[in-house]
Design a binder for this molecule. Sequence first.
Ligand code: F3S
Length: 277
Amino acid sequence: MKVMIAETAGFCFGVKRAVDLAFSNTNEANTFTYGPIIHNEVVTQALEQKGVYAIDEMEGHDIKRLIIRSHGVSPEVYDQSKEKGIEVLDATCPYVRKIHCYVRDYDAKGYHIIVAGNVAHPEIQGINGWAHGKCIIVKDAEELSQMALPEGKFLLVAQTTYKKEVVDQMRAYLDKQHIEYEYINTICNATKERQEEAALLSQKVDCMLVLGSPKSANTKKLFEICAANSKRSFCVQGAQEITADMFNGCETIGITAGASTPQIVIDGVLDFINKLE
Ligand code: F3S
């Protein structure tokens, strides 16, 4: 069987940076990550074995060092850490950091900030904090059209992993309403590139494996894309969920993986397949 692995499979730049930072700082007790470093149990359990646990809030923990994941946080987390004498190890993705700066600066200039994104996502909650919680968070053009926007100047930015088409529809709505706004493209290409490659690869192969946690939104999206092209697509967390009969009659297998899937999982699956031959 021929195995084709997507070049974009696995960690994006920002996630790799955060995971590397976490694993290189397991030597001191009372080190925590603010939220799971990524949505992958293999990684979070490996960190727990080294004594680094995820916390959702700072209260109730004896924290010496706090690792900020790639999603970033609101300024309150830095302020509270400073007050409590906690050392912050900051793995906020530089692309997310840029959004924090835009939001902070435009808020200071009196703009209203519209953020295209999922209100429950930690990245959006962090971004909102940089405008003192005043961001207008909107999931799509329809929701935007139902809002009574205030008077004044607007800045439009988006969650880094948001779909460009959704933001384009929001822009079209604002244009149609003659609402003046500045737009800064904050969408990260890592997601788009991974999805485009998965779409192409799943059309070429007899069987497609999407590796990642069912809790990872981008893994689920990759699986949806692959399943639309190939009925023989499987979403698995690792080699332990693969059986030989998945590949019955297959000559080519494609593999991609979500942005939070570690290389060790991809290698384990490759080993499994190689042993079948
Ligand atoms: Fe950063 Fe883009 Fe990954 S924003 S965390 S490199 S998906």
